[in-house]
Ligand binder design. Structure first.
Ligand code: KE4
Length: 440
């Protein structure tokens, strides 16, 4: 289909208008509405490899990849074949299947801290269940999370920092009663002194600390090694569970997830529980949470903590996940992916430097982030010092040139095995043009 270039006849705009009549904001997940950046969302017609084509037939180099799952690129032949085969055997049974066991065996093999796991259908469901399990396993109610980290939209986790140090959080969403978040403590990411004070006051009644080890929901902010070390030590000291939310980083930053990256700097490092999603489903609705046997055996039907799901371990989704894990487990996969991501970031940096635009970026494996700032921010408040208008100019400048990055400055970016050097060169050249606009 030849691209339609007349904006007033844009099919994207027509579809968006139709969608908004029936679906709140015209989207089934808020970030897709382009509210933070303005303009008309691109309605995807189809995707293949590193690209998607929108309803107007425009092609984009895709650096979102469904917010992480499409690490192989869209439509990888081996994954398509596995899914096609699976659907012919049936869509869903509500009964156990061999593939769920195979997927569990694969994940346990790749993530040593996980001795047992449960499959669910979304990262939110996995995170919510992990919190309930931590509370049930410890008999405690309090949980610690960090400002800028997102763990899905379960009520207890939709919390922003309280008024002062180590005070309990306030809801970030209407419809969440204050009593639901009264046990949720929100601390500043990478703030060791605050973490220590919180444990000194609440340690004995804290069920868990949940953290994004590399925070992709504030673009790309790493937990410092000393900070992560203290999280582990304080959880151990006070009998709280360290829960790694690796929904985004799991199988994305390394085959063993972010925990394998931290284990290189902190000998023997392991969380007590891990929440996973995105890549393990390869784009199908599949997520998981797992941990030590002692904790996981508290889950129904074995233990007293209830958790369930009609489509949990769905046979088509597990086929997609298994085929994806098979490909990413091949030798050299993450080395190649990581080099590509690094080449993108260094190319963008060079263009920004040439144009005299403040820019910094970071990446790990196939996940990256960048900021229109002089230095990498270490917490949410610093991330949000980015000038919105400048980011929006960058976003739309790239979009107009066929480059699709996250429509919000607090979101990360994702490279796939399908992106080529030519795609990266095209992206860097487009950014070079846009940086010139920003340097005026
Ligand atoms: P889902 O319920 O969206 O599958 O997963 C929630 C979740 C949990 N933990 C982390 C670290 C996550 O990043 C997510 C979801 N990430 C967002 C992107 N920042 C998904 C995109 C969206 O909300 O539409």
């Amino acid at each position: 289909m030849a691209p339609n270039t007349s904006p007033d006849k844009s099919r994207n705009a027509a579809l968006f208008e139709r969608a908004r009549k029936l679906i709140p904001g015209g989207v089934n997940s808020p970030v897709r509405a382009f509210k933070a950046v303005g303009g008309t969302p691109r309605f995807v017609q189809r995707a293949q490899g590193a690209y998607f084509w929108d309803a107007d037939g425009q092609r984009y180099i895709d650096y979102i990849g469904s917010w992480g799952p499409m690490i192989l690129g869209h439509g990888h032949p081996a994954v398509v074949e596995a899914v096609q085969k699976a659907v012919l055997e049936g869509f869903s049974y509500g009964a156990p299947t061999e593939r769920e066991v195979e997927l569990a065996e694969e994940i346990v093999k790749l993530v040593p801290s996980i001795e047992m796991l449960r499959l669910v259908s979304s990262g939110t469901e996995a995170g919510m269940s992990a919190i309930r399990l931590a509370r049930g396993a410890t008999g405690r109610s309090k949980i610690i999370k960090f400002e800028g980290c997102y763990h899905g939209h379960a009520d207890a986790l939709l919390v922003k920092a309280g008024s002062g140090l180590a005070t309990f959080g306030n809801p970030t969403s209407a419809g969440v009663p204050p009593e639901v978040v009264q046990h949720t403590l929100v601390l500043e990411y990478n703030h060791i002194a605050q973490l220590e004070e919180a444990f000194a006051i609440h340690g004995s009644s804290t069920a868990c600390l949940i953290i994004e080890p590399i925070a992709g929901n504030m673009n790309f902010v790493r937990a410092s090694v000393p900070f992560m070390k203290r999280c582990r030590e304080l959880c151990t000291q006070h009998g709280a569970l360290l829960v790694f939310d690796e929904v985004m980083t799991g199988f994305r930053v390394a085959l063993g997830g972010a925990q394998s990256v931290y284990a290189k700097s902190i000998p023997g490092f392991q969380p007590d529980m891990t929440v996973m999603g995105k890549v393990i489903g390869g784009g199908m609705p599949l997520a998981a949470f797992g941990g030590t046997r002692a904790v996981m055996e508290q889950l129904a039907p074995q233990g007293p903590v209830y958790q369930a799901g009609t489509l949990s371990g769905n046979p088509v989704a597990t086929a997609c996940g298994l085929a994806t894990l098979k490909e990413i487990g091949k030798p050299g996969f993450y080395e190649d992916l990581g080099h590509k991501t690094q080449r993108l970031i260094s190319g963008l940096q060079a263009e920004a430097d040439k144009a005299g635009v403040d820019f910094c970026g970071d990446s790990e494996g196939g996940m990256f982030g960048f900021f229109l700032l002089k230095e990498l921010p270490q917490n949410y408040a610093k991330v949000m010092t980015t000038d919105n208008a400048r980011f929006n100019t960058l976003f739309h400048g790239l979009l107009d040139r066929g480059i699709y990055i996250a429509p919000a400055l607090y979101e990360a970016g994702f490279m796939s095995a399908a992106h080529t050097d030519a795609d990266i060169a095209e992206t860097v050249a487009a950014a070079g043009d846009v940086f010139k606009l920003l340097s005026k």
